[in-house]
Design a protein around this ligand. Structure first.
Ligand code: HEC
Ligand code: HEC
Length: 249
């Protein structure tokens, strides 16, 4: 009879002290509070190394995944909180990556030490690893060519020379072709015109232009485009083949 109240008091004290251990206020923290993938005994400095890799691999800051005010002291951040969806996603990504690397480790004839996949293998410095052609194409389809062109310029200003987006010639050609297949001919032609600013001598670009115009059932304009492709590069057999196919050698 006597022990019951004592036992429940002990439970209350335990809950209260574990709650205060979770409260933010000290950085770096003494120990881990709420890790579900990283083993509990992992040294905090090692965890912070993992976290710094996350920020550079994804091109984000701590607050992308953790509750905290940008510019406020880092000790005020609540790193144990699971409130942000991105943190929950990151946990799944950590498990996925461990699985990937377990499988990679079984490759026959693997070098030692072997190459490992990291967050950057897919993310390449951006938080959603969307290819450039898809990103620009989606903006063009949803908001029109002008918005897509602004998006392209902004991404190029920020990321050119980095791993994040492919600013080579194919990206806008592919975006344009996909738009044309969805019936968005003006947007497609606008993106090809933009691409020509960066690749003014390209022959292949005019094959894409011809293909877009064929999808629009504009055979005369398509023939002009294929002829321009051949004029720019007499060895462009794809363009010659297209001209033959539409009977406009
Ligand atoms: C891409 C998302 C992401 C970013 C960015 C990120 N973290 Fe984390 N962080 C996590 C996840 C997920 C966990 C929990 C891991 C687990 O459950 O094992 C975590 C856990 C932590 C923990 C341990 C919290 C606890 O429960 O004890 C600390 C401390 C931490 N992060 C600090 C940082 C710092 C500092 C930065 C910025 C340099 C940062 N994180 C950036 C996703 C992120
Ligand atoms: C195999 C490729 C791959 C790897 C490796 C990978 N990711 Fe991802 N990640 C993706 C894809 C694809 C998405 C987009 C999912 C979606 O939006 O449907 C994504 C989305 C995310 C998001 C959500 C982005 C948002 O704003 O919606 C976070 C956070 C994230 N990844 C963190 C990580 C972290 C941290 C790692 C390393 C532990 C990692 N990812 C490794 C492919 C990968």
């Amino acid at each position: 009879m006597h022990r019951r109240p004592l036992a429940s008091l002990a439970v209350v004290i335990f809950v209260a002290s574990s709650a205060s251990a979770q409260a933010p206020g000290k950085f770096p923290p003494d120990s881990l509070v709420n890790t579900k993938v990283i083993p509990h005994k992992t040294p905090v400095t090692e965890v912070l190394g993992i976290m710094r890799n996350f920020t550079s691999d994804l091109g984000v800051r701590c607050t992308h995944c953790h509750v905290g005010k940008e510019g406020a002291p880092i000790a005020s951040f609540d790193f144990a909180s699971d409130e942000k969806r991105t943190k929950q996603v990151a946990r799944q990504m950590m498990l996925m990556l461990a699985e990937v690397n377990r499988r990679v480790d079984t490759l026959p004839g693997r070098q030692s030490p072997g190459l490992m996949a990291t967050c950057a293998t897919c993310h390449r410095g951006v938080n959603r690893p969307v290819p450039l052609y898809a990103l620009v194409g989606d903006v063009a389809a949803a908001a029109g060519a002008d918005s897509a062109i602004r998006t392209y310029h902004a991404l190029r200003d920020r990321y050119y020379g980095r791993d994040s987006y492919d600013f080579g010639e194919p990206s806008l050609n592919v975006a344009a072709f996909r738009l044309a297949r969805a019936g968005k001919f003006d947007e497609a032609l606008a993106l090809l015109k933009l691409n020509e600013e960066y690749f003014p001598k390209s022959s292949g670009l005019y094959v894409f232009r011809g293909n877009v115009l064929l999808l629009r059932a504009d055979t005369n304009a398509a023939a002009d485009a294929f002829r321009e492709a051949v004029r720019r590069d007499s060895t462009n057999n794809e363009a010659r083949g297209r001209l033959r196919a539409i009977g406009r050698q």
